[in-house]
Design a binder for this molecule. Structure first.
Ligand SMILES: Nc1ncnc2c1ncn2[C@@H]1O[C@H](COP(=O)(O)OP(=O)(O)O)[C@@H](O)[C@H]1O
Ligand SMILES: [Mg+2]
Length: 375
């Protein structure tokens, strides 16, 4: 058996798919195996066999290939100018204060050592594709923002290809946040045509190339009512894993079936939690559920405690105690004016604390995704 068959078996096992079906069908069975077991024909009992009248089949219309999607702008041209001037995450006094501290204090060496360690964790080698799901129990918690920050951070630090999948067809902001001008092929379109014989160069022809260097697969073209179900998700994630070292999945909100599937079938997961008492309580319920699904899931979970408003304040030590059950790690993402303003995220305009938190989130998630693979 080849190494490729081996890791594909691992993927099928993780996705709860039919390993045996895939094993007998060879690599060409990838899509079917990922979509679930194929129904077997039922044996016919001899006494139930009745002579059947022979019906002439009406002629079938020829099968047409699926339509090829056309490119659609992410923002309508008339809206492109509507966005105000992009703001820096830190105010001018904050930036000036930091520059002064750098000049006068000797903490720079320690800061550099911490940053170097974080970068090394993000860059650690991986043998097979690692997939990290980002979800939350509430809409507006900051999922797409966290997914975009992870995507930008991995694309910056890692040399292997980074893919971001939008597993949410509901007009999400992810393409805009990542600076995509147009979207064309969605998850559902790609699931229809993907084939295990494709090379990475064929695959990337269906993806959006991002200025960060990474790739994006959108959940839809932004139309209301687009379809993205669990079968499509499984086909896409199983098929793409061998091409991309790191995949980040921006999932729809829990408890939707797709989000639950993504949460339990990826190697690591980030649960985005608003920094409010309600947010902590809701996320604790999700963590209790996750811990009950399998014991390996909580130690490979990161909680991103997000501050989407400057007025949010919870005691972070208590929050970490409450949410750190079973080994989950809590990382706080501060309020950032640049993120609050919406539109494309420009790394250079993020506040210093936001950049550090994004790097820490990326390091914690990667470390967990890799450790799950070692188990
Ligand atoms: N750290 C942050 N600082 C400031 N605003 C944020 C932050 N994280 C998210 N936001 C804002 O919160 C809102 C919801 O974020 P979004 O990522 O779209 O949430 P979700 O994907 O969970 O629905 C957006 O307007 C976004 O700009
Ligand atoms: Mg979103």
């Amino acid at each position: 058996m080849s190494a490729q068959d081996d890791w594909q078996r691992e993927v099928f096992r993780e996705l709860g798919g039919a390993v045996e079906t895939a094993g007998t069908a060879g690599t060409a069975g990838t899509a079917e195996a990922a979509a679930g077991p194929v129904p077997q024909p039922q044996p016919v009992q001899p006494h139930s066999v009745q002579p059947q009248p022979v019906h002439q089949q009406p002629p079938q219309p020829p099968r047409l290939p699926p339509p090829t999607p056309v490119s659609v702008p992410v923002v309508a041209p008339e809206l492109a100018e509507a966005r105000g001037r992009a703001r820096h995450g830190d105010s001018i006094p904050q930036r000036a204060g930091r520059a002064m501290r750098r000049l006068l204090l000797s903490s720079t060496a320690q800061d550099t050592a911490v940053a170097t360690h974080t970068a090394q964790v993000i860059q650690q080698p991986i043998t097979t594709g690692r997939q990290i799901a980002v979800t939350s129990i509430r809409g507006g918690a900051g999922k797409s923002t966290v997914a975009a920050l992870l995507s930008l951070t991995y694309a910056h630090y890692r040399s292997d290809p980074v893919l971001t999948v939008e597993a949410d067809p509901a007009l999400g902001p992810l393409p805009l946040r990542l600076g995509a001008a147009e979207v064309r092929w969605s998850c559902a379109d790609l699931a229809r045509i993907i084939d295990p014989s494709m090379q990475i160069t064929d695959i990337t022809g269906y993806l959006v190339r991002l200025s960060s260097g990474g790739w994006l697969l959108p959940g839809s073209q932004g139309a209301v009512g687009a379809q993205l179900d669990v079968d499509i998700y499984r086909i896409v994630m199983t098929s793409l894993r061998r091409y991309f070292g790191t995949t980040i999945v921006d999932c729809e909100t829990l408890p939707a079936e797709l989000a639950r599937t993504a949460l339990t079938t990826t190697q690591a997961r980030v649960l985005v939690t608003p920094a409010t008492v309600e947010g902590l309580a809701a996320t604790r319920s999700v963590l209790d559920w996750v811990g009950g699904v399998h014991r390996s899931l909580l130690p490979t979970t990161v909680v991103a405690l997000t501050h989407t408003s400057p007025d949010m304040a919870v005691d972070e030590r208590r929050a970490a105690e409450h949410l750190g059950v079973g080994g989950a790690r809590v990382v706080s993402l501060p309020y950032d004016r640049h993120l609050a303003a919406g539109g494309q995220i420009q790394s250079a305009l993020l506040g210093q604390a936001t950049r550090e938190a994004a790097a820490q989130l990326a390091a914690e998630a990667m470390d967990r995704a890799v450790s799950r693979g070692r188990r």
